[in-house]
Design a protein around this ligand. Structure first.
Ligand code: ADP
Ligand code: MG
Length: 669
């Protein structure tokens, strides 16, 4: 077990008890979310300055920021435009050359400098003749007792807030560390201290490293502590859950499954079958299932969801399926109704705009009386959006909850839906391949199944990145494909729901596209359409009444029209890689070869490199890893993702080994 927390750690002492911290300083520290000694020690330097070595001023460049040191040989404040604008300037000399440092419209800077002061300056040159920096970071070197904290060492440079001097904060942290170092306990008794510094040492190495490599050694140690804390939380959540609950027997008996599978029109892949075995095991088991199903776009998660639902339905329980958009809920409703109603299972739809169950749904009761094979007329499937979460809406006798495209929901919403029942089984599905590190942290309380194989008989997807000037050729290509009977998506580059102006822009775009693709017909899909309008557009597209579909990124999730084989995405650099991969997953669903054309004029090499990854691979995991490295977990998983821990030291994209160690350590507690 982890060490009992029976006495309050001295590190919880409020900063106000520290020498020199009065009300004003305390308020400034509070703005940095520093309230206790521990918070102060966890305040991580934003960078370090190696003040053992300096650049000569004559060697400073425009390209890279360096630290130099010089004496003030001139200074002055100039006001202009009748005093409303100003520039304050100091000139530093270090014997090699002179450096002009300027601050625009910050006249009070004058108070901080005096002739003859020796100043550290960090930045890069803006101009070389004369050598000039604008708004560099500076620190006046003062003599005295504590000067060893600030000079002739690798000095930490902290994030600050208005009015808080760097030097003062550094001094405070130094003294606090001196005083409290022996109180810094090891939170992890099982840690192999041959591999890591002690936590106390790690703090020292973070704030006052002796060597440049100390910072990384310390970071890893403190990151490990963060991962251990998180894993402990996950473990205890899971243990509590298991202690309290028994799973409903939802393994089923195949009597609906058999006719379903034989009417399905395809045979499940081995990967789908393997995953279903795992799910059945869980749904029969002692505890409610908590399972994350990962499968790249098009891997056939819907069929797995359907089979899982049938297991619960066969067992006499109801099932709820939640999807992130109305279009997707609608599509699921359509599919599931066509599959399940012949089996006598009622399928209801509940979205924001459609609170009533679908009237066309034939009542399962009528059927069951006429068909004695299906003796459980009450069990049914409810499909919906987040409208399912609404307070007044009851989901009785719930055996299984399925959440599609889980990454579009927060952890809180997932729990909210589960709480509608009495610990039902839970299956969450996602097509955003979750890199291992995230899987182990964010979804650490879920078991994971992976569909690692796509159904056969799919045409390949070829992806090309092109510049706007190639657009006429690309459109010509699209028209060829439309002439051959295929259909195309054109993705409008703006984010969903961004106001009336966007609406106008997308409507103009539609008129344009109609002209460019004539005589083929083009439909328009965006988030501000009324649900019935959305449904009509999708129906027209499915029925090939329109050949092209201009859409916002709304179609990103789930939409399944196999005859659509071309996708054109403009301003592709505006999207994340994982999102582009999702969008691209709308094509390549039929037997025909598919084409994804990414239009981008991104001048910067990085953006182009990024898009190249999509040209090179169709492997969602590789793409997600790259996206995680490039943009971080928040972006990868979407902004909605709550419950993503905020690490100070941990780096999810890099610390897989530490996360593994943390899990191992916690499993021994
Ligand atoms: P996703 O995993 O992205 O949700 P879907 O469930 O929408 O994928 O499936 C994509 C397409 O593949 C659908 O048209 C579906 O009918 C089809 N499909 C699913 N499983 C198989 C299979 N085993 N063999 C052939 N086609 C399949
Ligand atoms: Mg899907």
């Amino acid at each position: 077990m982890p060490p009992p927390e029976n006495k309050i750690s001295p590190l919880k002492t409020p900063v106000t008890s520290l020498w020199g911290v009065g009300a004003e300083r305390a308020a400034q520290l509070a703005r940095l979310e520093i309230f206790t000694v521990e918070d102060l020690l966890l305040h991580r330097p934003k960078r370090y300055e190696d003040r053992r070595h300096f650049r000569k001023i004559s060697e400073l460049t425009k390209e890279e920021a360096f630290t130099a040191r010089g004496k003030i040989v001139a200074l002055g404040l100039k006001r202009f435009r009748g005093g409303s604008k100003s520039v304050f300037e100091i000139i530093l000399d270090d014997g090699s050359a002179r450096l002009h440092c300027r601050w625009w419209n910050l006249p009070f800077m004058e108070n901080y400098f005096a002739m003859g002061d020796v100043v550290f300056v960090f930045g890069k040159l803006k101009e070389t003749k004369p050598r000039t920096m604008d708004h560099p970071e500076t620190e006046v070197i003062e003599g005295g007792e504590e000067s060893f904290i600030h000079i002739n060492r690798i000095a930490p440079v902290y994030p600050l807030t208005e009015g808080l001097p760097q030097r003062w904060l550094r001094g405070l942290i130094w003294r606090t560390l001196e005083k409290y170092e022996t109180e810094i306990a090891e939170p992890t008794p099982l840690l192999d201290l041959k591999m890591f510094p002690t936590r106390a040492n790690a703090f020292r190495m973070t704030h006052f490293p002796e060597e440049l490599r100390d910072m990384e050694i310390a970071r890893r140690r403190l990151a490990l502590d963060e991962f251990v804390a998180l894993q402990l939380q996950i473990q205890s959540r899971r243990k509590k859950f298991e202690a309290r609950t028994k799973g409903f027997p939802c393994g089923g008996d195949n009597r609906l499954m058999k006719p379903f599978l034989s009417a399905l029109g395809f045979i499940l892949t081995e990967a789908q079958t393997k995953v279903l075995r795992e799910i059945r095991q869980d749904m029969r088991g002692a505890y409610p299932m908590r399972r994350l199903l990962q499968g790249d776009v098009g891997s056939g998660k819907t069929a797995v969801a359907a089979c899982s639902a049938l297991m619960a339905l066969e067992s006499g329980f109801n099932v709820a399926l939640m999807a992130p958009t109305e279009i997707l809920a609608e599509q699921h409703w359509r599919n599931f109704a066509s599959w399940f109603e012949p089996l006598g299972i009622k399928v209801e739809l509940r979205t924001g705009s459609r609170k009533e169950e679908k009237s066309e749904v034939r009542s399962a009761k009528d059927k069951s009386t006429s068909n004695s094979h299906f003796p459980l007329p009450t069990s049914h499937l409810i499909i919906g959006t987040h409208a399912l979460l609404a307070g007044g809406f009851a989901l009785p006798n719930l055996g299984l909850v399925i959440i599609d495209e889980q990454h579009k929901f927060g952890v809180a919403q997932r729990e909210q839906l589960v709480r509608k029942g009495n610990y039902p089984h839970l299956l969450v599905m996602t097509a955003t391949p979750i890199p291992r590190t995230l899987g182990l942290t964010l979804y650490g309380d879920l078991d994971v199944s992976v569909i690692d194989e796509l159904p056969g008989g799919r045409g390949k997807i070829k992806t090309f990145v092109r510049e706007t000037e190639k657009l006429p050729k690309v459109l010509e290509f699209i028209r060829e494909k439309l002439a051959a009977g295929r259909q195309a998506y054109v993705v409008y580059p703006r984010v969903e729901d961004s106001g009336a102006k966007e609406l106008k822009a997308v409507t103009t775009e539609l008129e344009n596209l109609k002209k460019l693709l004539a005589p083929f017909r083009v439909g328009l899909l965006h988030g501000r359409l009324k649900p019935a309008e959305k449904e009509n557009v999708m129906n027209d597209f499915r029925a090939k009444k329109v050949q092209g579909l201009l859409s916002t990124s709304l179609i990103e999730v789930g939409v399944d029209v196999p005859n659509a084989t071309v996708m054109l995405i403009e301003n592709a650099e505006a999207f994340g890689l994982a999102q582009l991969h999702q969008l691209r997953g709308r094509i390549g669903r039929g037997a025909h070869e598919s084409f994804c054309i990414l239009i981008s004029d991104a001048k910067n090499a990085e953006a182009r490199e990024r898009l190249k990854i999509l040209e090179e691979t169709n492997d969602g995991f590789k793409i997600a890893e790259a996206d995680l490295k490039l943009r971080g977990p928040g972006e990868l998983l979407g902004r909605k993702q709550s419950g993503l821990p905020n690490f100070r030291f941990g780096i999810l994209a890099e610390d897989l080994d530490l996360i593994r160690q943390a899990r191992e350590i916690v499993s021994k507690f």
